[in-house]
Design a protein around this ligand. Structure first.
Ligand code: HEM
Length: 556
């Protein structure tokens, strides 16, 4: 029943879009000016063309196929990079070139910054809680501002101690059991975000907050299923009789709402009460101290001003937005069936780093040589050393280029009809920037599938050098929706990589088949699990793991 309803609604959607294209202002011509792409079937459009495995690779291949064909028809080369097709009754436009991404997602971001609408996310309350899915508009702008103020460059130094603590934990965990590398990287991410966002210390993946995040992220993964784009489960819950699951659906929705409410309020209230206790402590009435955090910092900013419920809601949501990005890490441990869709960016990048060190020992050695010569062997590298370790920085950029955790970023939605280089792009189109294609373009990065940090230090041409910053931004998305956690994530990864390399060697495990550079499909892509050995580099390195992480005063 569910499937048939889905099929009929898909067909209805496709017919709607086809009629809309046929009847819009310039009539029939529109059908011919849609961007090139695989030829659609009658009625169902390109529904069978959508690649199931690593779609970024197929999109890149299409860029070549249709490019060759169409270069005959059109003289402007970048037209060929823009492809459109219909899927789930909606135009989907893939941007495969930097020019098209810049022209549309960046320069015209006023109309290209919306998100596809997921009705169930809305019903459950995510659209007002999760900045990543929020429609483009006033509320999104206000929430982004709160988020940006917490994670602005000038504030990042306040998080350094949290980074140090989290990395030290990873190193110790690797020393104990290197085979659980994925768990160690995930715990690193969860610890870091909860510490930074709420000032709450989490030392195990079984912590209540980690479980809560896991549940909420599992729910998000369910609710963004494309079927929810065309079905309205709330409506179904009302009209379906109990024996057909109507009552169950309604109860599920209530449970999801409750989960989200707890996710937003539990750690937030905890931070507030820690702050209040700390104040009492200061007055000599009670003992206890709160740790400065993103949330406490924002609350302090509003201190003394008239309590404004709207502002408080913003802080709560801004904090939850940071937390939700990291909560995703733990999912793999608890819900293996959702692995592909929900493993999150930073831990995916850390896995890629480990794989690259295994497959490219000469890169590992060069980075270690740089660290040893600048930092020595009797202390760990720290943020103050970063400017003197350009190769380690280049290695970080290469990890994100070689295999970005989000090869297609997140889908944007076009708000109003637009024209681009002779093509018509209808309002409501889902627009995807294929960053992967650009980051693997051999004319920009020679031997793009090789891991070569030097390419970031010595770009292959002046033109590439001038755009290197733009290329480095691509793994984090585009325009007004660009990831606001970019600088923070880079800090986290830089310290992790630098300290890891100072202490450990990553080596082949001869008892298992050699690892390959293979990555999963899904919107969040990560290295397919592999075997390796991780050994302390020396006796001095072992001693470094006994030291405390060298914490300093937090400065908010
Ligand atoms: C290696 C790590 C990371 C990568 C590769 C990454 C990548 C991305 C990408 C591709 C997007 C979508 C951009 C677009 O729609 O064009 C995004 C959005 C977002 N990211 Fe990140 N991210 C990372 C880490 C983080 C961290 C650590 C945080 C929080 C502290 C964060 C917070 C967000 C938020 C809130 C959004 C939604 C922005 C919006 O829709 O306005 N990200 N990220």
């Amino acid at each position: 029943m569910y499937i048939w309803t889905a099929v009929s609604l898909t067909l209805a959607g496709t017919i709607f879009w086809t009629l809309r294209l046929l009847t819009c202002k310039r009539g029939r011509d529109r059908m011919y000016d849609k961007p090139p792409g695989p030829p659609p079937l009658p009625i169902v459009g390109n529904v069978f063309d959508f690649p199931r495995q690593r779609p970024w690779e197929t999109f890149s291949k299409w860029a070549q196929d249709y490019g060759k064909l169409l270069s005959f028809l059109a003289s402007i080369n970048d037209l060929l990079e823009l492809q459109g097709m219909f899927i789930f009754g909606r135009p989907l436009v893939i941007l495969n070139s930097l020019e098209a991404i810049t022209d549309l997602l960046i320069d015209r971001s006023a109309i290209y910054s919306d998100r596809p609408y997921f009705p169930l996310l809305d019903i459950v309350g995510h659209l007002e809680a999760n900045v990543g899915f929020m429609p483009y508009g006033k509320e999104w702008t206000a929430l982004r501002k709160v988020f940006a103020s917490g994670f602005s460059k000038s504030n990042l130094v306040a998080y350094y101690d949290s980074h140090r603590r989290a990395v030290m934990n990873v190193l110790k965990n690797f020393r104990q059991d290197p085979s659980r590398y994925e768990d160690h990287f995930k715990l690193h991410a969860v610890q870091l975000v909860i510490d930074v966002t709420y000032g709450i210390q989490v030392d195990s993946i079984d912590h209540h907050l980690v479980n809560l995040a896991t549940r909420v992220i599992g729910t998000v993964a369910t609710l963004v299923n494309p079927l929810t784009l065309i079905l309205d489960p709330k409506f179904l819950g009302k009209i379906l009789p109990r024996w057909m699951g109507g009552g169950m659906l309604s109860r599920r929705i209530d449970k999801w709402k409750q989960e989200l409410h707890e996710f937003q309020t539990w750690p937030y209230e905890q931070t507030k009460s820690n702050m209040a206790r700390s104040l009492l402590c200061f007055c000599g009435q009670e003992s206890g101290a709160h740790k400065p955090s993103f949330t406490s910092h924002l609350l302090q900013e509003f201190e003394g001003k008239a309590a404004d419920a709207e502002e408080e809601k913003m802080i709560r949501q801004g904090a939850a937005a940071a937390y939700i990005r990291y909560g995703e890490y733990s999912l793999r441990i608890v819900k293996p069936h959702l692995v592909d869709s929900v493993i999150v960016q930073t831990s995916a990048a850390a896995n890629t780093f480990l794989l690259a060190m295994l497959l490219y020992p000469e890169v590992q050695q060069r980075a270690q040589k740089e660290i040893d010569s600048v930092v020595g062997v009797d202390r760990l590298p720290d943020f103050k050393d970063r400017q003197y370790l350009p190769y380690v920085d280049a290695l970080l950029q290469e990890v994100l280029r070689w295999h970005s955790p989000t090869p297609l970023a997140m889908p944007h939605l076009l708000r109003q009809d637009d024209h681009y280089r002779g093509f018509h792009l209808p309002a409501g189109s889902i627009v995807i920037g294929n960053a992967w294609n650009i980051l693997h373009d051999p004319s920009v990065f020679s031997d793009p599938f090789e891991f070569q940090p030097e390419r970031h230090l010595y770009p292959q041409s002046q033109e590439v050098a001038e755009k290197m910053e733009v290329f480095d931004r691509l793994p984090f998305g585009f325009g007004r929706r660009l990831c606001p956690g970019k600088a923070f994530a880079e800090d986290a990864l830089w310290l992790l990589f630098a300290q890891f390399l100072a202490v450990f060697n990553v080596l082949l495990d001869s008892e298992h088949p050699p690892a390959k550079a293979e990555f999963t499909s899904g919107p969040l892509s990560h290295a397919i699990p592999f075997h390796c050995k991780v050994m302390a580099r020396s006796e001095e390195a072992k001693l470094l793991l006994e030291q405390d992480p060298g914490l300093s005063e937090q400065v908010f």
